[in-house]
Ligand binder design. Structure first.
Ligand SMILES: N[C@@H](CCC(=O)N[C@@H](CS)C(=O)NCC(=O)O)C(=O)O
Length: 208
């Protein structure tokens, strides 16, 4: 059975867990990272020299790290050509750009916001950095708000890996106790994602 290494409260692990549910893939999850440790142990580093979660391990010993790459790999091996990651080059590229954008742009300010409100005691919070991250994140989410015009999901009419890559951060953006301007398409998109059992079970959960 597919083994997923990584704590369930990691946004990057959430992507893989949610995707497995969308694909109907059975998996076993093993806690690693954060308070669970393990990621600096030689056996884990042999699978993932980046010492981060998630890592997947297949029954024949094949291992892979980097959440978005894992998502692409799981669709390619279990549902090639699926609307989650279509084969047609332009449709695929329109989805993949959001996956790269999540890592290259959205991740940094969203990590600052998440760590401030969820993982850092109040007396140690860095407010100038948090306020700057809020402004940056709001401008980035405005891009998504614009991209959702006339479509139910970020890549088009069907759920895709673009939604899976951004979904954990959307939950955080809409759940953290910060001032946000109204972004009605984001709210409607979030509602659609919340109707999917995998998103509900693994992503739209209490933040920790
Ligand atoms: N780009 C990597 C980032 C992986 C990453 O930074 N994961 C975080 C959890 S979201 C982590 O491993 N943090 C250290 C830890 O949990 O020990 C990916 O997408 O997989």
């Amino acid at each position: 059975m597919l083994r997923i290494w990584g704590r369930a409260n990691s946004s990057n692990v959430m992507k893989v867990l949610w995707l497995c549910e969308e694909l109907g893939l059975a998996f076993e999850r093993i806690d690693a990272g954060g308070a669970f440790g393990r990621t600096k142990e030689p056996a884990y580093l042999a699978m993932n020299p980046n010492a981060r979660v998630p890592t997947i391990e297949e029954p024949d010993g094949f291992t892979l790290w980097e959440s978005n790459t894992i998502c692409r790999y799981l669709v390619a091996t279990h549902a090639p050509g699926h609307a989650l990651h279509p084969a047609e080059p332009r449709a695929r590229a329109r989805i993949e750009r959001w996956m790269d954008w999540q890592l290259g742009h959205l991740n940094a300010p969203m990590t600052t916001l998440f760590f401030t409100y969820v993982r850092t005691p109040e007396e140690k919070r860095n407010w100038p950095a948090t306020h700057a991250a809020r402004d940056e994140a709001e401008a980035l989410w405005d891009m998504v708000e614009g991209a959702l015009e006339g479509r139910d999901f970020l890549g088009g009419p069907a759920l895709s890996l673009a939604d899976i890559a951004l979904g954990p951060y959307l939950h955080r953006w809409l759940s953290l106790p910060i001032a946000r301007k109204p972004q009605p398409r984001l709210a409607a998109w979030y509602g659609r994602l919340c109707r999917r059992p995998g998103y509900n079970r693994h992503v739209a959960v209490e933040m920790s």
